[in-house]
Design a protein around this ligand. Sequence first.
Ligand SMILES: [Zn+2]
Length: 117
Amino acid sequence: MNCIQCGSQIPDDARFCAYCGARQPSVTEELAEAGREVMAATAAVVERVIEAARPAAREAAKTAQKTAETGKRVAAKTAKELEPVVKKTTKVAKRATRKAARVTKAAARRVKRAAKR
Ligand SMILES: [Zn+2]
């Protein structure tokens, strides 16, 4: 391997450089450094993904809000349009019920009269 300081060719298991005396990183240290680099790279990628997804998320939130507002407006309009229909239907039903009651009473009187004879 090469010295990390002066670049001289030194044995793979040398802990110090025979030419400049620089301490060479152990395998453990090199692994730890590699691990830190991988973690930093992963964090950078995650950050970039989040950054890239942010506008889409904002757009989706805006669309969802608009949809909810439209839904609310449509529901309010439908309720307003249905109100007279409901009122009229109720009136007609009440009238029909009163008429049915009158007819039933009259029929009952006729039945009573017929029974007396
Ligand atoms: Zn060296």
